[in-house]
Ligand binder design. Structure first.
Ligand code: PMP
Length: 377
């Protein structure tokens, strides 16, 4: 089998799994219990927070453990919106966000009476910095724009966005950094909030982080206790939280080597795809090498995805969290791609575990599928 769906999720690293099972077995106490074994779990969790803070070069006080990036996005966006609504009810985001940001904004708009500006992305899949500057208002309290798009791999200039927001308004700047973690350096200190997920970097599912500059108030989504300094109630998922430091350390230590390998694979894939008639590449030329989106104009995404599946080649048609909708991708249409081409899009997402041979097999199978389809239709 060939797995080309790493942007959806990654397998658990063997090293992380070993530590995780050891912790599950030996450190099962509640991290809030006041006896020795509870205190020990708490100590390990705080050590992990410290290590994560130093790996990300921010204070450990700014780190909140969550169940993943969807929760981190919701916690920051709704938390800030509710805490600062007396200062204004205008929010800004992009049309290309992951559904956990986009739907969160929709809810704030439709249920809680906020006004949201959805900035379009250009043909390269990013928000023009000037468009952001023009959209800022005196009642804007929050801007949330992602760092790396999960469907096409476009890399957003988040440091520039943060400066524009801070220089021209009183708003906070948050970024969904799920897909950039372990792939490129993140200018975290310049941001007010950022969301991360462990299962995109060979860590546990149901585990993630929110970076929140600790001076920023949040109304918690989950009331219930003192955990995470009141920002998130509920018994801590201590084993996942403890092992996240190791997961992150491994991802960051190996980042340059992995990226060099994936860049090489991406170049081969791009070159081969460009030579096939009826294939159009949707990812911009300067996209992250980890994600390559293309359309095969002779068949819909669903048909091609299923045909690949028959050959045990696993790809996505769009963001996995929106995979059950039949509407064309919001990201692709926002980039100006027409509906027909958007409905024929396939996302290949790579990792260091992929090989050149897999790329060659993928291209060979793609050509076979296209030939068979032409004969049948
Ligand atoms: N944001 C982006 C950009 C993502 O790709 C994903 C995962 N599909 C998420 C948020 C949600 O992450 P999680 O699965 O950890 O909730």
């Amino acid at each position: 089998m060939i797995y080309f769906d790493y942007a959806s999720t990654t397998p658990l690293s063997k090293e992380v799994l070993k530590t995780y099972t050891y912790i599950l077995e030996h450190y099962y106490a509640n991290s809030d219990s006041m006896h020795d074994i509870g205190l020990k779990v708490n100590e390990l969790m705080e050590q992990s927070r410290e290590q994560i803070g130093s790996l990300l070069q921010v204070s450990s006080e700014d780190i909140i453990f969550t169940s993943g990036a969807s929760e981190s996005n919701n916690t920051f966006i709704k938390g800030v919106a509710f805490a600062y609504q007396h200062k204004g009810k205008h929010l800004i985001t992009s049309a290309a966000e992951h559904s956990s940001v986009y739907e969160c904004m929709k809810e704030l708009e439709h249920v809680f009476g906020f006004e949201v500006t959805y900035l379009k992305v250009n043909e390269k899949g990013i928000v023009e910095p000037e468009e952001l500057r023009k959209a800022l208002r005196s009642d804007t309290i929050l801007v949330s724009i992602m760092a790396l798009n999960n469907e096409v791999g476009s890399v957003f200039p988040i440091e520039e966005y943060a400066s524009i927001v801070h220089e021209n308004s009183r708003a906070f700047f948050h970024s969904d950094c799920t897909q950039i973690l372990g792939k490129m350096p993140i200018p975290l200190k310049k941001l007010d909030g950022a969301s991360f997920s462990a299962h995109k970097i060979f860590g546990c599912k149901g585990s993630g982080l929110l970076y929140r500059r600790s001076s920023i108030q949040l109304v918690p989504l989950i009331n219930g206790g003192q955990q995470e300094r009141g920002a998130r109630g509920g018994t801590s998922n201590a084993p996942c939280n403890i092992v996240l430091a190791k997961t992150l350390r491994l991802a960051m230590e190996e980042m340059n080597e992995h990226t060099a390998h994936v860049t090489r694979l991406n170049h081969i894939l791009r070159k081969e795809l460009a030579e096939i008639d009826e294939i159009v590449i949707n990812s911009p030329s300067d996209a992250s090498p980890y994600i390559l989106n293309f359309s095969c104009m002779c068949m819909t995404s669903e048909i091609l995805l299923n045909a690949f599946n028959e050959h045990q080649i696993y790809v996505s048609a769009r963001s996995t969290c929106s995979s059950k909708t039949r509407k064309p991708s919001r990201v692709l249409t926002s980039m100006g791609i027409d509906e027909r081409r958007a409905n024929r899009a396939i996302r290949v997402s790579l990792s260091h575990l992929n090989s050149e041979d897999e790329i060659k097999t993928f291209i060979k199978v793609l050509k076979e599928i296209m030939n068979e389809y032409r004969i049948k239709s």
